[in-house]
Ligand binder design. Structure first.
Ligand code: DAH
Length: 359
């Protein structure tokens, strides 16, 4: 073959490629052109491979020309491919245009459930007094009678067990749903030695008829202080301070009046219930009345002995309160069932402050 024939062939290939390239209008046909000319068995590749048939002195010229055509075609192919891809993307984007003038879907803003809020308030309030708030994994809700009753000095078969209508389970003998957070006292003192200053909020269960005031599931917050020389004065001081912080001052700017009434709980001696003075309207007239807020007392020596704390050396006080009850008073909620129904109108109420029933 003469050089000029080969060079003519190359030019012819170039012209052919150019024609096919111009006609190629999708990615597949572009690829077909690439394979036809530049593929392993492509026309230009074959020609390059047959360079050995060309006279040695002519090889550089032919080689250079063949390479130039390969590079030109390669560039053209890539450019066309890029252009097609951009066009395809633009078309896709055009199909996905967003009308930013359309009204959006309103995203409701969530908020803490009032029970969570109240438990947070308690943790913060008692936190300022040096209490540690135990998290709800510290104490099981499915509990044995031992922790719910026995260790808390409820004698077996004693009517005090009936004070709380307990759910018994078939998960095993003596397995109950805890009826009070007081199990936290035992669980905590088994693990930690005095000095102790903790609160433990959590769920409790009782077999009650559900009403505006009562529910089968509710929350309590337990408190426990054990140290040397703890007296009733500490109990009263702490709880009076708690009431002042939680419910503020009365209309005359004074701390709300409180009173401690003697009561009975097996795990405290003496036991008391704490009442707070509040005002309510009866037949249009404001009347003062006492409202029970919590149970409390000095930790019974039997309870301390049960967990290996020497009652001769240590004393303590404990208290327990209903979280729903506090939230109802503080946030002005009238029906305990509202906490559990998940009605959006209730949950969306965000101005929990300033609606207190507590005048
Ligand atoms: N556990 C009691 C109840 O559910 C409330 C209570 C009373 C807790 C006195 C205490 C306490 O820690 O000292 O009725």
């Amino acid at each position: 073959m003469t050089v000029s024939t080969i060079l003519d062939d190359l030019q012819a290939l170039r012209a052919k490629a150019e024609g096919q390239l111009a006609a190629a209008d999708d990615l597949d046909s572009i690829e077909a052109v690439r394979i036809e000319f530049l593929g392993r068995k492509g026309a230009i590749s074959l020609l390059k491979r047959n360079l050995k048939d060309v006279a040695p002195e002519d090889r550089p010229k032919v080689g250079t020309e063949a390479n130039a055509i390969s590079e030109w075609l390669e560039t053209e192919l890539n450019q066309k491919k890029d252009a097609l891809e951009v066009a395809a993307l633009n078309q896709k984007l055009a199909g996905e245009t967003i009308d930013i003038t359309m009204p959006g879907v309103v995203q409701g803003q969530g908020g803490a459930h009032p029970i969570t809020r109240m438990m947070d308030e308690l943790a913060e309030l008692f936190g300022r007094l040096g209490f540690t708030c135990l998290d709800d994994t510290a104490c099981p809700e499915v509990e044995t009678e031992y922790y719910n009753f026995d260790a808390l000095n409820f004698p077996a078969h004693h009517p005090a067990r009936d004070m709380q209508d307990t759910f018994y389970t078939d998960a095993g003998e003596n397995v109950v749903l805890r009826s009070q957070t007081s199990n936290a006292q035992i669980r905590h003192m088994q693990k930690f030695k005095p000095p102790i200053r903790v609160i433990s909020p959590g769920r409790v269960y009782r077999n009650e008829d559900v009403s505006r005031q009562k529910h089968v599931l509710f929350h309590q917050c337990e408190g426990l202080v054990v140290d040397k020389h703890i007296t009733v004065a500490h109990l009263k001081g702490t709880l009076n301070h708690f009431i002042e912080e939680m419910f503020g001052l009365d209309d005359n700017g004074n701390p709300r009046a409180t009173r401690f009434r003697t009561s009975y709980f097996p795990f405290t001696e003496p036991s008391m219930e704490m009442d707070v003075m509040y005002r309510r309207q009866i037949n249009g007239e404001w009347k003062e009345d006492w409202l029970e807020i919590l149970g409390c007392g000095m930790v019974d020596p039997n309870v301390l002995s049960e967990v290996g704390v020497d009652p001769e050396e240590y004393t303590g006080f404990a208290f327990g309160m209903g979280v729903e009850r506090l939230a109802m008073l503080k946030y002005g909620i009238h029906n305990i069932r509202d906490f559990f129904i998940n009605d959006q109108r209730f949950l969306r109420r965000h101005n929990w402050a300033g609606l207190s029933l507590f005048k």
